[in-house]
Design a protein around this ligand. Structure first.
Ligand SMILES: Cc1cc2nc3c(=O)[nH]c(=O)nc-3n(C[C@H](O)[C@H](O)[C@H](O)COP(=O)(O)OP(=O)(O)OC[C@H]3O[C@@H](n4cnc5c(N)ncnc54)[C@H](O)[C@@H]3O)c2cc1C
Length: 406
């Protein structure tokens, strides 16, 4: 009996599980999913929680019933992985043996590395912080609102992975536009400057010129300012300080923090210098053939996007099926940026680009239709418990987006 263990039931881990659930009961295999949370959290919807459009309950669903129909769910923190002994260590030193391990633990969001964040900073990155930002925005009256990313760390083991300064700036732009819309609705937009800051030379460095142009046009229209080459040093009560010594006054600072690999990855000797898991192009660990790493935890995942985690999950699930059951085709993994930035007022900007990997796709689409796609996708995810829309819907979307590029 082959034991498959998936640690982390976020976008990547749950995708692998859903594929495995279609064949595991007819194979000589069993699947166990371990997560410290009892619920799945649709993180791309957290900005909507921060703006009061959704409640945390609208963007979560319980993991246990989903997983226990086909496998075993253990709610526990993973503390250590012993790759040589093929064991995962949980709370109370309980050991879980595996034949195949999928690491899908996400990235560590290192808020502590920015002094002052705990006292004066806000974020949309967790289900604790997004509701806190909502409360702060409710009380906001005037001043600068600064929204930006701290730099992302990267290791050096993989030479073929593009280097980016930030984990992903989609949520930065999204929150800026949503706050712009909210302040206009309240009639106090003229009381605030909204400024996005980026440690990179170009804001949205992971997409191409066409998307940059579209974003810049919208930013001008919405009076959202952008400053680049700004690495945050610390947050004070009424201003932030950048590493180059410059400062910007701030009534509200919203931060996407530095991403690094989870501590347990480094402590288990499985990570690169930044704690991410180095893998080959099949997301197989460079040193262990029976360990895969997908999603934000993987060194190869740049930028850190749920869409990439899902695509990698599709690939790894197909490889596991081949290795365990000897059946099925290898999933064709083609990385691309695909995200939809909510802008409030029933508008959204859809971005699809693969220029980061040398491709030619680089489109953006700002419309009510993009908003409808985002809300339909988010609702589908919660209703169908982490499953992606059917292939047919995805093919229709591809045809539609293909026309936009013509
Ligand atoms: C505000 C925001 C907006 C975003 N918007 C988009 C978007 O529009 N489009 C997009 O594609 N991506 C978006 N992303 C990125 C996307 O959410 C992530 O890339 C995605 O969640 C990564 O999936 P994952 O499976 O790697 O990790 P996660 O979804 O982070 O899942 C990791 C899981 O591991 C569990 N875990 C972690 N450590 C342990 C441990 N030690 N023991 C046990 N369990 C553990 C966690 O509880 C979690 O369930 C956004 C992210 C944020 C924060």
């Amino acid at each position: 009996m082959k034991k498959i263990v998936i640690v982390g039931a976020g976008f990547g881990g749950l995708t692998v599980f859903h594929h495995i659930s279609t064949w595991v009961n007819n194979a000589d295999a069993q699947v166990t999913v371990i997560d410290e949370r009892e619920t799945f959290l649709v993180k791309p919807s957290l900005p909507e929680v921060a703006l009061g459009e959704k409640d945390i309950r609208d963007i979560t669903f319980p993991l246990r019933p989903v997983i226990e129909s086909y496998g075993r769910f253990i709610r526990s923190r993973v503390h250590r992985i012993d790759a040589k002994a093929q064991q995962v260590y949980l709370d109370d030193e309980v050991a879980m043996p595996y034949d195949f391990l999928v690491i899908a633990l996400g990235g560590k969001k290192d808020f502590e590395s920015v002094p002052g964040f705990r006292e004066y900073g806000y974020s949309v990155c967790t289900d604790i912080l997004a509701p806190r930002l909502y409360e702060a925005l409710e009380k906001f009256e005037q001043g600068n609102i600064l929204i930006g990313s701290a730099p992302m760390l990267a290791g050096t083991r993989l030479k073929d992975v593009p280097h980016l300064e930030t984990a992903c700036e989609g949520p930065v732009g999204e929150v800026a536009f949503m706050i712009d819309n909210e302040l206009r609705e309240r009639g106090i937009r003229d009381q605030a400057r909204i400024i996005c800051f980026s440690p990179a030379e170009i804001f949205f460095e992971d997409v191409g010129d066409k998307v940059h142009e579209a974003f810049e046009g919208l930013a001008r229209k919405h009076e959202v300012e952008v400053v680049t080459n700004k690495v945050i040093d610390k947050i004070d009560k009424d201003h932030i300080v950048f590493k180059d010594g410059s400062t910007l006054s701030s009534a509200l600072t919203v931060l996407i923090p530095t991403y690094r690999g989870p501590d347990l990855i480094a402590e288990s000797g499985l990570g690169d210098e930044a704690g991410f898991v180095p893998t080959d192009e099949n997301f197989q660990h460079l040193d262990y053939a029976n360990i895969f790493a997908i999603g934000d935890v993987a060194s190869r995942t740049v930028p850190k996007l749920g869409h990439l985690a899902v695509e990698q999950g599709n690939l790894v699930a197909s490889l596991l099926r081949q290795r365990i059951v000897g059946q099925g085709e290898r999933y064709d993994y083609e990385p691309e940026i695909f995200c939809i930035m909510n802008m409030g007022h029933r508008k959204a900007m859809l971005i699809r680009s693969n220029t980061l990997w040398g491709g030619k796709t680089d489109i953006s689409y700002h419309s009510s239709m993009s908003h409808l796609m985002k809300s339909s996708f988010d609702t589908y995810m919660v209703k169908f418990k982490g499953k992606m829309p059917p292939q047919l819907a995805q093919r229709l979307l591809n045809v539609y987006l293909g026309r936009l590029q013509e």
